[in-house]
Design a protein around this ligand. Structure first.
Ligand SMILES: *Cc1c(COP(=O)(O)O)cnc(C)c1O
Length: 356
């Protein structure tokens, strides 16, 4: 049997399994007993948890917390709001649209780890929101909407689909003339890198008219292993670029050294930082949220000038009207009729002519 299927069959989702791997503290035990939520991870991803430290960044993404019961700032029916589902009725459940030329196409509601900070938690983690994931319905809608040139396949985690299902989906999307690129949002590169098998590489790989791009989610340097590096290299070998979409999480990656190490380490395994997301206003994740400005400050203090620009993600907040960039321009200090004054990361200044 393929190792990734083994990993999914050995999914860690009972307190007993956890206790074989780590020493749970009282709050964790209570949260596991009290919270009515889906949780769990592959044995591989769970093995990255620290045995004794409840503040371990991987542990905090896997094990539910009593803090999920607090909900001062989380919005009710967040996903309905975020994906404009209440206002548009002729779009299938599996298609989320915020832009004219591209859509998010949800094909599955299962994941290889149920992130505690998930912005789709009402649907994927808590399962209160029931949506229909009818792939045929989605394909038909995309076929009929000729302005869609870019399809972002998401979930859940689309790489939990079988090779056969993925091959079918990709073939059907490639048959549509107006579709010029296919993207997969998958965290398997991080939580189930064994999924990148020779069989999957055959399906994804080779030269095609319509390229495939992947974005994964890695939030802490501890999540990157030799196995990750190998999976990314295999994807690149078959022509697939891998980007990262990190979520800014309080107590996990919101300090300068961790933030810098994360982005530098991503590049060492050939993953290109793409987005840094502000942690969204979904219910039950208040404890992960920072002030909105924090991400830009981290990019300024940990990355800009301190390391290569290749390491720098776009800082954005995802909203119901699309992603909104959050990077203020810290670097233009003054503008006159004749010149711009510019500042570098050390605070040194220079000036350039203002072309009018
Ligand atoms: C994030 C997102 C996209 C893709 O946005 P890019 O900025 O192109 O990566 C497309 N549609 C929806 C609904 C999204 O949330």
């Amino acid at each position: 049997m393929e190792e990734w299927i083994d990993q999914m069959q050995g999914f860690i989702n009972t307190p007993e399994q956890l206790k074989d791997m780590i020493n749970l503290n009282e709050q964790e035990e209570e949260a596991l007993a009290r919270l009515n939520t889906r949780w769990g991870a592959t044995p591989y991803f769970a093995s990255l948890m620290d045995r004794d430290d409840p503040d371990c960044p991987v542990r905090k993404q896997i094990i539910p917390s009593l803090k999920e019961l607090e909900n001062r700032y989380g919005m009710k029916d967040y996903l309905i709001f975020h994906e404009n589902r209440a206002v548009e009725s002729n779009r299938p459940d599996c298609i989320a649209q915020q832009y004219t030329d591209r859509v998010a196409f949800t094909v599955i509601d299962r994941c290889a780890s149920y992130c505690r900070h998930c912005f789709r938690r009402e649907m994927v983690v808590d399962r209160e929101l029931k949506l229909r994931f009818d792939v045929e319905e989605g394909l038909k809608w995309i076929r009929q909407n000729r302005e869609i040139r870019d399809v972002l396949v998401t979930g859940g985690d689309p790489f939990l689909l079988s090779d056969q299902r993925l091959e079918y989906l990709i073939a059907k999307l490639r048959e549509i003339d107006h579709v010029k690129m296919i993207r997969f949002g998958t965290r398997t590169v991080i939580n189930l890198p064994q999924r990148i098998t020779p069989g999957l590489m055959k399906i994804l790989g080779r030269y095609h008219r319509v390229p495939i791009w992947i974005n994964t989610q890695c939030n802490h340097p501890k999540e990157i292993t030799e196995t990750t590096a190998k999976a990314v290299f295999d994807l690149l070998r078959c022509g697939i670029n891998v980007g990262n979409q990190a979520v800014l999480l309080k107590g996990i990656n919101d300090d300068v050294p961790t933030f810098r190490e994360l982005h530098q380490k991503l590049l060492t395994v050939r993953i290109r930082p793409y987005y840094l997301f502000y942690c969204e206003a979904a219910p039950g994740i208040d404890h992960f949220r920072t002030p909105v400005e924090k991400g830009s400050q981290l990019i300024r203090d940990a990355l800009q000038g301190h390391t290569t620009g290749l390491a720098r993600p776009h800082h954005v907040i995802a909203t119901n009207i699309g992603k909104i960039p959050l990077m203020p321009d810290h670097y233009i200090t003054e503008k006159t009729d004749t010149e711009y004054r510019l500042k570098n990361y050390k605070g040194e200044e220079t000036s350039l002519p203002n072309v009018v």
